[in-house]
Design a protein around this ligand. Structure first.
Ligand code: UD1
Ligand code: MG
Length: 449
């Protein structure tokens, strides 16, 4: 019979070592926060109960987690039940788990403890850790990082049995030389954890209650505790400083980019490409260097993005759409085959199929108070240097001449050509020969003839 699973995530600390005013768990990671990334890594295990222990900047952290975990963009929340609890003055990771367990008084089963500053864990590894515990009180994850300084060291007896964890500040010289470290991921038997937590004392260099001290306590009760080495050092990298944040970001970027490349997305220079979590990209799409794609963007197949392109939240490119050099799009929807290839801002814009947005076009969406929409129809042609002061509607196959400044509230009807500053109706547009439907082509190195 599978046992019930509960998760306690520790996120109450201030994170003094980051030297920034924001609570550490709110630091950004590829479109998430450290805490939301840490929690989403356990979501797939479908815990029956989840408790998040907070204190510093609690309201902000809780609001941001509620938004991220509910799936702000319409995705259903994955957690059956989440309780947010105030640790009061944080007095160590052991104290935080004590407070978390007070929310789980009636819970019997596996309790996974994770830290809100370790965001790269995977559900597979955590499941292995849970399975590894068997009937013992606890299983723990360990690693051999290149630089173990600052981390808890794994203590073993002469037979190699796991007997304790010593924090760096409490280590003797001999213990500090141990290269096996504690990663901060544990699976506990709820029934054995409770009495061990009650026995914790703050007899250490920091005068705090450490969760790591329950290990020696279990061993004193005659427990044999299994450990497992992390498969990938990236999974267990924690963030105590901004330098470690940048390390975790680059590890996460590598993971995200490899996933897209494995799905048939051609990324010509991964080192110069930034793609957040929660971005969808279809196969046969080409992402050129110096491109930044924010969380929530959706890109179809056979598109081309970049070089030097910034896609912000809510942007959708349907199949075959292209955004090129120095183009920024925010909350823009480009239908199949639409193009804006140079020096353009598309904000709160809807662009129809095969529309062509000329170089230097700006949708001026902000009037200083509110944001407004720009609608551009299918096969419309927006001349270079056009400023569309939203709200503006340009119907199918309509056209603006180069340099047109289209005033707010303007409505350019089908096939009309507007020109000037402010732009006015000039005449009907003469359409070029019938435009063929958008073609989805796989990326190749061939030059266009
Ligand atoms: C901790 C471990 C250490 C391990 C390392 C791995 C302890 C005592 N030490 O050290 O063995 O090698 O993680 O990354 O557990 N927190 C609270 N309340 C508190 C204190 C901390 O919620 O009272 C939270 C923090 O917000 C943070 C997490 O617990 O998210 C870990 O705390 P942190 O101070 O970063 O511990 P480390 O020094 O990294
Ligand atoms: Mg830490």
């Amino acid at each position: 019979m599978t046992r019930q699973l509960a998760v306690i995530c520790l996120a109450a600390g201030r994170g003094k070592r980051t030297k920034v005013s924001t609570a550490k768990v709110l630091l950004p990671l590829c479109g998430r926060t450290l805490a939301s990334a840490a929690l989403l890594s356990v979501a797939e295990l479908k815990p029956a109960r989840t408790v998040v222990v907070l204190h510093n900047q609690m309201e902000r952290v809780q609001a941001s987690l509620e938004k991220a975990l509910a799936g702000a963009k319409g995705k259903p929340g994955k957690f059956a039940s989440i309780d947010y609890v105030d640790q009061g003055t944080p007095n160590g990771t052991g104290h935080a788990v004590q407070v978390g367990m007070e929310q789980l008084l009636d819970f019997v089963g596996d309790v996974i403890v994770i830290y809100g500053d370790c965001p790269l864990m995977t559900a597979e590894t955590l499941q292995e850790l849970v399975d590894l515990r068997g009937e013992s009180a606890c299983s723990a994850l360990t690693a051999y990082p290149v630089n173990p300084i600052g981390l808890g060291r794994i203590l073993r007896d002469d037979e190699g049995r796991f007997v304790g964890i010593r924090e760096q500040k409490d280590c003797s010289d001999e213990e500090a030389a141990i290269d096996e470290t504690n990663c901060g991921f544990y699976s506990f038997d709820s029934e054995k954890l409770r009495p061990a937590l009650a026995r914790l004392t703050p007899n250490n260099a920091q005068g705090e209650y450490y969760i790591t001290d329950v290990i020696a306590d279990f061993v004193a009760q005659g427990e044999v505790l299994p450990t497992m080495e992390a498969h990938d050092i990236a999974e267990v990298q924690g963030v105590n400083s901004l330098a470690e944040l940048s390390l975790v970001q680059s590890m996460m970027q590598e993971r995200i980019l490899i996933e897209h490349m494995n799905n048939g997305v051609l990324i010509t220079d991964p080192a110069a490409t930034w793609i957040d979590y929660d971005v969808e990209i279809g196969s046969d799409t080409k992402i050129l260097p110096c491109t930044v794609i924010g969380s929530g963007c959706k890109i179809g197949s056979g598109c081309e993005v970049g070089p030097f392109t910034h896609l912000r939240g809510g942007t959708v490119l349907e199949d075959g759409a292209m955004l090129g050099n120095f183009v920024e799009a925010k909350n823009a929807h480009l239908a199949a085959g639409a193009k804006a290839k140079h020096l353009t801002y598309l904000g709160d814009a809807e662009v129809g199929e095969k529309a062509n947005i000329g170089c230097g076009t700006i949708t001026a969406n902000y009037d200083g108070v509110n944001k407004h929409k720009t609608k551009i129809g299918a096969r419309a042609f927006i001349g270079s240097g056009t400023v569309l002061c939203a709200p503006v509607e340009v119907e199918d196959e309509a056209m603006t001449a180069a340099g047109a400044v289209v005033r707010p509230g303007s409505h350019i009807k089908t096939r009309e050509l507007w020109l000037g500053v402010p732009a006015r109706y000039l005449r009907q547009r003469e359409l070029p020969a019938a435009v063929s439907p958008p073609k989805v082509s796989p990326p190749t190195g061939e030059k266009k003839s």
